[in-house]
Design a binder for this molecule. Sequence first.
Ligand SMILES: [Mg+2]
Length: 191
Amino acid sequence: MSFRAVFLDRDGTLNEDTGYIKNPEEVKLFTGTAEGLFNLKNAGYKLIVISNQSGIARGLITVDDVKKINEKINQLLSVSKVKIDEFYFCPSHPDYSTEKETRCRKPSPELVYTASREHKIDLQKSYFIGDSVSDILCGFNANLRTILVQTGQGKESLSILQKENKIPSFVAKNILDASNYILKQPVSDNN
Ligand SMILES: [Mg+2]
């Protein structure tokens, strides 16, 4: 038995990216986030957040701050009867952490692999959605199909990715648009 999943970046993808967000009261989901996630969940996808949170290594925020923001996101989503199955985050940054500590940081696929082991995810049936170059590269590195959302830094990221010839499978307006794309793709029945 294995599951399909949608791996999601957090800031700039699910919610507005105000920079090292610390106060749960400031969390604002984008239009279409809750509805898109609901549709994906309903279609049998696990929802896994993979996030770089280098504000921790920089001393700007704590692990507890990150967890409180994650809880707030699930609280906001609960109104729409959906939740993120698990939040994974990398607290490190090369300027403040050892090389080993930084291995979890996107574009490394390390946290995708950890999540896929812990949640029995079949990567061939899964996707990565994000707004940054590192999200799309992480998806490429894990051999996932990738979707760049045009929220957050999405517009700047697209031109950089085009120059590097790392073209995402789809460019979506937001999570709802991304979910519509995913749900149109053929899936095999025997999973
Ligand atoms: Mg982002």
